[in-house]
Ligand binder design. Structure first.
Ligand code: IVH
Length: 711
C-alpha cells in the first residue's frame, strides 16, 4: 500500500488521523535524512522520539495503515554512497530502551530477566554489569592477526560504512594488538567527542566563520560533531577533529575451538580487551540485582553533569555469557541488555523575549527568555545567545521555536532555530524582527560600544552602572573569592538599589539596623550576614586578588600571582615586564592588571578594604628562574651559523621572550642570519634593533635586573 492508497480508503472520521500520519511520515523522513545523511539534525532527538512514538501509537490503532515506507519500518541510517558498504559478520544490534527515567526502568528489566530465566523469588540476585550509555556513534573495529583492517559504522545493523581511514586518526584506537589477541577480533564500542574537545572545536569553527572561511559551521552537540568527523571524506580534516573511544563489547571473534578466547562473563571480556589496549570506561561496574542497578542509575545520574563526556543513560547487561545465551533475542534486541535513560539534554521550546544582561566588566550578553522547558534534568527559562554575532548567525527571534541544550556545567544555550521552512513543503511563518544589540546600556543608559576585533558590546558606565556594581559585589562575595555566606543576588539588588552599598568597602560598614530594615530581613538574618562579613575578613591573597574582579584574572592566575609575588603590594606595583615573568601571565593579563592598579579609585578600594580589617597571610616571593627577556618580542630571519631556527626560538622563549613571525613596530629585536630577506629590510626601515646570532647569545647571558638597552 502506498500513501495515496491511504487516502482512497479514508472514511470521513479518519481524515484527521490520516493527515497526521502522513505529516508524521514527512517530518520523520526529513529529520532522519538531516540526521543520518547530512549529519546536521535540525531537531533534538527527544523531539524525533516523540514523533516516532506518536506514529507507532497511530499504527498500533490502525495496523492497516502501516506502509513499507513508514519510518517505523526502517532501522538506523541507510549507508551513504560515498563510503564503501561493509556487511557486518555479526549484526550490530540495538538495545531496548527504558524511556522511564525513574527507578522502575531497572526494576522492570530485572523482573523480565528473572521471569525468562525461570527464577523464583527465593533465588539469588542476578549479576549484571552496569555501564554508561555513551552518546556517540557505534563502531565495529576489525582486527586480523593483530592489525586493524577495517572500521565500520553501524548503519542499519546489517550493513555499515567503511570509515577505516578516519578511524585510524583516533589516537585511542590501537592499530596493532599484543600477540595474545585472537587471529580475528572485532571490538565494538562508541566513538565520541569529549565535551571540552567539542567546546574547543566550536570555538575554532566560530573563529573560522568570523574570518570569512566558506563552508564552515559549528556543531550542534558532541555526538553530531563526532558523527560528522567519522564520515568526513577527507581523513586530514577528520584528524583535526578530536575523537575518543570506549569499548563495550565484541563482534566476530575466532571461535574457542580454533584457539579463540573463552570468556565466562561480560566483565571478564571487558577487562581482557582493556589489556589488549582498548579504552574501557572506569565507570563500568559489576552489580547484583535490581536494587544495585537503581543505585547505579542514581549515582551516575548525579555525577552526569561533571563527566567529561555526554551520556544519555546507562546500560545494564546480564554478566554471565551463558545466561546471555539462554536469554537470547527478541527480533533485533537482546533480552539480556537494556538502556535506562536520563532526561534528554536537548529540547524544543519557544523564545518569549530576548533580554540583555550586564556583566561585571560591562559585557552585554543577549539572553533568550524561554517558555519553561525540562532539559538535562532541570527546568530552564533562560539560555545564552553569547553575543551579537552568534545571535545573528543563528538568527534567533522572539516567537521562534528553538533547540535548547543543557549539558554538563555549561550555561543552557540556544543551539539553533527550527524554521518551519526547513521542513519540506511547509509555508514559512511570519517571524519577529531580526535581533540587534542596543547601543546603550539597558541598565544605566551609558553608551554601549563594541571595540574593533571584539565580539562583545560593553557598557561604558563602569561603576556608575548599578548592574556592574552589583555583579562586582557578587563576584567578590562568591564562595571562590572571599566568601560572604548568604549574600545573594536578591540581597545585593536591594542594597545597591537602596543606595546603601556602592562599593566593596561599604559592605563592611553595614550596620544591623540598616540591614534589618530591608525587605525579608529579620534581626536574625541581618546578624547572620554581619557574622558572615566578619568571617570573610580573614581570607587569602589569591581569594582577595580574584575577588577584585580584574579582567582576565581568574582563580588560577590569582594563585600564580600570589605565589610569585608573595604580597599584594608587590603585585600592585609590578611593572608589565615583572608581571610577564609569572607563568601563565601573557601581555593581555599583564596589561589588564597594570591598568587596574593604575586607577586611583581601584587602589582606594583596596586600601579601604584593608582599613576595614580584611587580612591574609603574606609570603616571600617565589624564587624563580631568571627571565631576562620577559616582555621582549623577537623575530628570527635567515640562517644562523650554529643554531637552528628552533633552537634559537627555544633559547629565547626559555628566557621569557616572545618569538613572533612577522616584523612590526612592536618588535624589539630582529635576529638576522645569512640570506635574511624582507623581514630584515622591514626591520631596517622601521629602525629596529638588529642582532646577529652572537649578539643574541650575549643578550641571553644578561643578568636579570639589568636593563636591556638596544645594543
Ligand atoms: S551495548 C547488543 N553498551 O547504544 C548490545 N551500547 O542501541 C549492543 N551504546 O548505538 C550495544 N553505550 O552505540 C552498548 N555501554 C554501551 C553503550 C552502547 C552506548 C550505544 C550503541 C548503540 C546503542 C544501543
Amino acid at each position: 500500500m502506498t500513501n495515496l492508497d491511504l487516502f482512497a480508503s479514508s472514511g470521513p472520521g479518519l481524515k484527521v488521523e490520516q493527515a497526521r500520519l502522513l505529516e508524521l511520515h514527512r517530518l520523520l523522513h526529513t529529520y532522519a535524512h538531516q540526521y543520518y545523511v547530512l549529519d546536521a539534525p535540525q531537531v533534538p532527538d527527544a523531539e524525533y522520539d516523540r514523533l516516532f512514538q506518536e506514529l507507532q501509537a497511530l499504527e498500533a490503532l490502525h495496523p492497516e495503515w502501516i506502509t513499507p515506507d513508514s519510518p517505523t519500518q526502517r532501522v538506523g541510517g541507510k549507508p551513504l554512497d560515498q563510503f564503501a558498504s561493509v556487511r557486518h559478520a555479526v549484526p550490530m544490534l540495538s538495545i531496548r530502551t527504558e524511556t522511564d527515567t525513574e527507578a522502575s526502568g531497572a526494576q522492570n528489566f530485572d523482573a523480565r530477566v528473572r521471569k525468562e530465566l525461570g527464577l523464583l523469588e527465593s533465588d539469588p540476585a542476578v549479576e549484571y554489569v552496569a555501564e554508561p550509555k555513551f552518546d556517540g556513534l557505534a563502531m565495529n573495529l576489525r582486527y586480523e592477526h593483530g592489525v586493524l583492517v577495517q572500521a565500520a559504522t553501524r548503519g542499519d545493523g546489517e550493513t555499515g560504512e567503511d570509515v577505516t581511514q578516519n578511524i585510524r586518526t583516533i589516537g585511542q584506537i590501537p592499530l596493532r594488538l599484543p600477540s595474545d589477541a585472537p587471529a580475528v577480533l572485532e571490538v565494538r564500542g562508541e566513538v565520541y567527542m569529549r565535551r571540552d574537545d567539542f567546546e574547543a572545536l566550536n570555538e575554532r569553527q566560530r573563529a573560522r566563520i568570523a574570518a570569512g572561511e566558506k563552508g564552515e559551521k559549528t556543531f550542534v552537540n558532541p555526538r553530531n560533531a563526532a558523527a560528522g568527523a567519522v564520515r568526513q571524506l577527507d581523513p586530514a580534516i577528520a584528524a583535526q577533529r578530536p575523537l575518543s573511544f570506549f569499548a563495550y563489547g565484541l563482534g566476530a571473534v575466532t571461535p574457542v575451538e580454533q584457539g579463540g578466547p573463552n570468556f565466562g562473563t561480560h566483565y571478564e571480556l571487558l577487562q581482557t580487551i582493556k589489556q589488549w589496549g582498548f579504552p574501557v570506561a572506569a565507570l563500568v561496574e559489576v552489580t547484583q540485582g535490581a536494587s544495585e542497578l537503581i543505585a547505579y542509575h542514581e549515582r551516575i545520574g548525579a555525577s552526569r553533569d561533571h563527566l567529561p563526556y555526554d551520556i544519555d543513560g546507562v546500560v545494564y547487561k546480564v554478566n554471565s555469557l551463558a545466561l546471555q545465551q539462554q536469554l537470547g533475542f527478541v527480533t533485533r534486541e537482546p533480552r539480556w541488555a537494556v538502556a535506562h535513560k536520563y532526561p534528554a539534554q536537548e529540547q524544543l521550546t519557544t523564545v518569549l523575549g530576548i533580554d540583555i544582561q550586564v556583566g561585571r566588566t560591562g559585557k552585554l550578553t543577549p539572553v533568550a527568555k524561554l517558555a519553561p522547558v525540562f532539559v538535562g534534568g532541570v527546568t530552564v527559562t533562560n539560555a545564552t545567545l553569547h553575543n551579537e554575532d552568534e545571535a545573528r548567525r543563528k538568527d534567533v527571534r522572539v516567537g521562534d521555536t528553538v533547540v535548547v541544550r543543557r549539558a554538563g556545567d555549561v550555561i543552557p544555550e540556544v543551539v539553533s532555530v527550527v524554521l518551519p521552512a526547513t521542513v519540506e513543503g511547509a509555508t514559512p511563518a511570519l517571524r519577529g524582527p531580526v535581533f540587534s544589540m542596543p547601543h546603550s546600556c539597558p541598565v544605566c543608559g551609558s553608551a554601549a560600544v563594541r571595540e574593533e576585533g571584539e565580539a562583545d558590546y560593553r557598557c561604558t558606565g563602569g561603576l556608575f552602572c548599578s548592574a556592574q556594581r552589583k555583579q562586582s559585589i557578587l563576584h567578590f562575595a562568591q564562595r571562590r573569592a572571599v566568601e560572604v555566606e548568604g549574600l545573594g543576588d536578591k540581597l545585593v539588588d536591594q542594597l545597591v538599589d537602596a543606595g546603601i552599598v556602592n562599593t566593596l568597602p561599604d559592605l563592611y560598614r553595614l550596620g544591623l539596623s540598616a540591614l534589618a530594615a530591608l525587605d525579608r530581613m529579620a534581626d536574625k538574618s541581618a546578624q547572620n550576614l554581619l557574622d558572615a562579613l566578619q568571617k570573610s575578613k580573614q581570607t587569602t591573597l589569591p581569594r582577595f586578588l580574584f575577588g577584585l574582579g580584574i579582567r582576565h584574572v581568574g582563580e588560577a592566575t590569582a594563585k600564580a600571582l600570589a605565589r610569585h609575588f608573595g604580597t599584594l603590594d608587590a603585585v600592585m606595583d609590578a611593572t608589565v615586564e615583572r608581571l610577564l615573568e609569572v607563568a601563565d601571565v601573557g601581555p593581555i593579563v599583564a596589561t589588564s592588571l597594570r591598568t587596574f592598579f593604575d586607577q586611583p579609585h581601584n587602589r582606594e578600594v583596596v586600601e579601604q578594604l584593608r582599613a576595614c580589617g580584611l587580612t591574609w597571610e603574606e609570603g616571600e616571593p617565589a624564587v624563580q628562574a631568571p627571565k631576562p627577556l620577559a616582555g621582549k618580542t623577537f623575530v628570527l630571519t635567515g640562517t644562523f651559523p650554529t643554531l637552528s631556527r628552533d633552537q634559537a626560538k627555544d633559547l629565547l622563549e626559555a628566557a621569557g621572550a616572545k618569538v613572533a613571525g612577522s616584523v612590526s613596530k612592536k618588535t624589539d629585536y630582529v635576529v638576522a642570519g645569512t640570506d635574511a630577506g624582507s623581514k630584515l629590510d622591514k626591520a631596517q626601515s622601521l629602525g629596529l634593533a638588529i642582532l646577529d646570532e652572537a649578539g643574541m647569545l650575549v643578550l641571553l647571558e644578561t643578568q636579570p635586573g639589568d636593563t636591556l638597552g638596544h645594543p
